[in-house]
Design a binder for this molecule. Structure first.
Ligand code: F6R
Length: 613
């Protein structure tokens, strides 16, 4: 999704803005631009395509006095929503004959009406974007006070925004604002670096202020003055960003995705550290802020999320029913928000989001809060909007996930969901003995994942057989069905192979019609309940000449015989195998995509953080 970087300070703005844009590349984008306040006024540079195109177009900016003396600027990577990814549609957008420049993340929903009104007044638009309309609206209200103009403009727009804006008549000043789209203000020594994502500022400072919705911040001379849209001054806490700059780099791996797959044992250790009480056979989840008594009173655990987070949520649904004999339900966040859901005070709603910024999940959170439910966040990015709006929840502590394809977030999400299910179960009918057994199994997850990672080379070899296919099926039952969903999602997003996931029982209700030698099937057939049934389904697939890759339990020769190729995982119960088998399928997808020469960390059309619905 779009990214914002802005700078006001004592150093040359251009290199800092460009460096920030590079840090945001992982989010997915299709054009980039900067605006700097030079001695001779605001100058905008923008290009279609990669940040490197923009850098090339700037020539020798490092030795150009115009750039060296520009200490204020704004920058943007755009992920097209309104209008194609062209240079004209790239941000920053100028207005008022170039006296104002603005970058915007989010969507201005009433832009058409505003555009017509402004056009009638003589404003000339150069792009198809909703963002340019906002720049002109600021210009429309500008009478020598940028803050006042922005405040008036923002009061008139419907939709979401994170913005950064500069004005030629007010050199040295940078104004940023947010509603529904994150803005983090990094506080340096006599300088301020703003971004839509902390990864763009951590190489400069760890001290940061996260704006709340409806906040506007005026940044000048190293000072940050925040007020709300109704002009009341407000103080926001200064947070410490605990991600190291190193954690956001590739660390010797060819791709972030591979690095993040290999980080999983450590990430899961961090996610479960101090949260599993092996002695009492339960979980300690103080972030939920709920007493055991309060937990018992909930009738249902309702989980909302999107994409990979949704797939993790399905494991949570199964686990809460399995462990706690409690009603569990998972719902795609956009469906939840738009269908007037039945939810209330007897529900514990858990919103799962790696980024904590996904628009649909955030809207689902707000809907559940408005309907009186207790809502907790299961979020990775500290200080993100969902984390703050839920006000309670469990951080994953997975560290920054840079690759667009989510990996370590999923396995950490499932680990935390298993702990939630254990906690809910122990407050109900689960015995101390069973609780201890599950707690111990959760503690063993990291070492099981390490055993799968040790098979990386073998999995890479298996992947060679799949490079040529354009379609695939993934099948599983029970707990292994969400794994099939996540396996199919991973392969389609990074290798562009069309993949569908089915509950294995569903095959013969239609999809089996597609099976032939060109439709390989990945079957989750590790030992556990339903395995023999899945093996039976695999036989049906092979009878139709479909090649089969089985994810099987180590040493299970019978299952091996039913397959063309296998990936072996260590023996473990299915609820743990959700993590272990998914790790194997992440590696499988990674190698297929690598062998197909795909752009792994930045797959086409995808964005890391989906802040528009
Ligand atoms: C898939 C992927 C997406 C995200 C989804 C939700 O690899 O990354 O499907 O899982 O966009 O994102 P979060 O978890 O940030 O809410």
């Amino acid at each position: 999704m779009c990214g914002i970087v802005a700078y006001a300070g004592v150093r040359a703005a251009t290199p800092i803005l460009l460096q920030g844009l590079r840090k945001l590349e992982y989010r997915g984008y299709d054009s980039a631009g900067i605006a700097i306040h030079r001695k001779d006024g605001i100058k905008i540079y923008k290009q279609e395509g990669k940040v490197s195109n923009l850098v090339d177009s700037l020539g020798d900016y490092q030795h150009d006095p115009d750039h060296e003396q520009a200490h204020v600027g704004i920058a943007h990577t755009r992920w097209a929503t309104h209008g194609p990814p062209t240079t004209a549609n790239a941000h920053p957008h100028p207005a008022g004959n170039g006296r104002i420049a603005l970058v915007h993340n989010g969507i201005i929903e009433n832009y058409r009406g505003l555009k017509a009104k402004l056009a009638a007044e003589g404003h000339i638009f150069l792009s198809d974007t909703d963002s340019e309309v906002l720049a002109h609206l600021v210009d429309h209200y500008y009478e020598g006070d940028l803050l006042e103009a922005i405040t008036k403009a923002l009061k008139e727009v419907d939709g979401t925004y994170g913005i950064a804006c500069i004005c030629e008549d007010e050199p040295g000043k940078l104004i940023v604002a947010r509603k529904g789209s994150p803005i983090v203000i990094g506080l340096g020594d006599g300088e301020t670096i703003v971004a839509s994502d902390a990864s763009a500022i951590i190489s400069h400072t760890r001290q940061a202020i996260y704006l709340d919705d409806n906040d506007i911040a005026v940044i000048e001379d190293g000072k940050v003055d925040i007020r709300t849209l109704d002009s009341s001054p407000v103080q926001r806490d200064i947070a410490d960003i605990d991600w190291s700059a190193d954690a956001a780099e590739k660390g010797g791996y060819e791709h972030y995705m591979l690095k993040e797959i290999f980080e999983q044992p450590e990430a899961i250790r961090n996610a479960i550290r101090g949260r599993v009480d092996a002695e009492r056979g339960t979980a300690v989840l103080s972030g939920l802020g709920l007493t055991p008594r309060e937990l018992v009173e909930f009738h249902r655990l309702l989980i909302v999320g999107c994409g990979t987070s949704l797939n993790a949520g399905l494991v949570g649904e199964y686990a809460v029913e399995d462990f706690a004999a409690m009603l569990g339900e998972v719902e795609q966040a956009a469906e939840f928000r738009y269908r007037n859901p039945i939810v209330g005070s007897k529900d514990l709603v858990v919103a799962i989001s790696q980024s904590g910024e996904t628009a649909d999940t955030l809207a689902a959170v707000r809907e559940a809060i408005d309907k009186g439910a207790m809502v907790a966040g299961l979020v990775n990015v500290v200080g993100s909007t969902i984390a703050r709006e839920t006000g309670r929840g469990i951080y994953l502590h997975a560290g920054p996930e840079i690759s667009v394809a989510s990996t370590k977030a999923f396995t950490c999400q499932v680990s935390v969901l298993l702990m939630i299910a254990l906690k809910l179960a122990r407050g109900r009918r689960m015995s101390l003995q069973n609780g201890r057994s599950i707690a111990q199994k959760i503690l063993n997850i990291p070492s099981l994942v390490e055993r799968v990672l040790a098979k990386n080379d073998e999995i890479a070899k298996v992947a060679e057989h799949f490079v040529k296919f354009e379609n695939m099926f993934y099948i599983g039952r029970g707990y292994m069905f969400p794994v099939a969903l996540e396996g199919a999602l991973k392969i389609k997003e990074i290798s562009y192979i069309h993949a569908e996931a089915y509950n294995a029982a569903e095959l013969k209700h239609g999809p089996i019609a597609l099976l032939d030698e060109n439709m390989p099937v990945v079957a989750l057939m590790n030992k556990g309940p339903g395995q023999e049934k899945t093996v039976g389904n695999v036989e049906e697939c092979r009878a139709r000449k479909a090649p089969v890759l089985g994810v099987i339990t180590e040493g299970d020769d019978e299952a091996r015989e039913a397959c063309d190729w296998v990936i072996e995982i260590p023996e473990c119960p299915h609820f743990i195998a959700t993590i272990v088998a998914t790790t194997a399928l992440q590696l499988f997808s990674y190698h297929v995509a690598r062998l197909r020469g795909c752009s792994i960390d930045q797959p086409r059309n995808l964005a890391k953080s989906v802040t528009v619905e």
